[in-house]
Ligand binder design. Sequence first.
Ligand code: AG3
Length: 281
Amino acid sequence: MKAFTETLSDGYGQTLSIDTCLFELQTDHQHLIIFQNRFFGRVMALDGIVQTTERDEFIYHEMMVHVPVLAHGQATRVLIIGGGDGGILREVLKHPQVEQVVQVEIDQAVIDLCQEYLPGHSAGAFDDPRAEIVIADGVAYVNTATPAPFDVIISDCTDPVGPGEVLFSSEFYAGCKRLLKPGGIFVAQNGVVFMQPDELQMTRQRLGPYFTDQSFYTVSVPTYVGGNMALAWGCDDAAKRWVDEAALAERYQRAGLTCRYYTPALHRAAFALPAFMQALL
Ligand code: AG3
């Protein structure tokens, strides 16, 4: 059996059968593979780490997008860093009040190949007139773009190895803060805590200074193995972390969302952290 074995952790990981290899390429930035697996459907991995699969992508994308956008309540301008598969963009554009989304992705090849082999991820989102795609380095963008501030910034990055590493730097966080409107919300993929506890501590130290309210919420994604993934949260308005369930439900309905994972109750609950994670902070 041809198989893909993830290289993220030493001594533990996941192996998926490659039932058909659809595309494999060394891009200018990273190694990319897209293959068919009999359980997860099409799978995309970068530098040996599973990024997304057809079967479980909704869990991650809904929680990365609807938590900050509904907590904000009036987001009209959203910035996405990374996210070349288009899943985040697709979910952001489900919000009718969103007028403009800028997406900054370093690797054009990821966008092109995902549009071709994972069309359900973007579901046409790259052609939406509200979307502007910039092929650039995320750190350079947030530190040099003319400030036209955003309500929500979502960092859908790879892990802090390879090209994604800089998206966990103080320099990146400073740039994001600079591009956020007052009361704007920053969220970022922050690794599977049980497997990558240092990442949580590092982000706490580096991101913490930029926001008066900085924390994490969690989500469990089958192909991000090892338990809950932490999603970093930063905002200068603490009330946004604790919007009540009724208000979230009202916003959810108004936006006309029908999610497969996100619910307002889960949104609130996701901010409750296990004791071992709290101890890391
Ligand atoms: N980006 C985050 C993948 C992180 C995987 N890391 C891990 N298993 N520790 C996913 C891109 C989806 N749009």
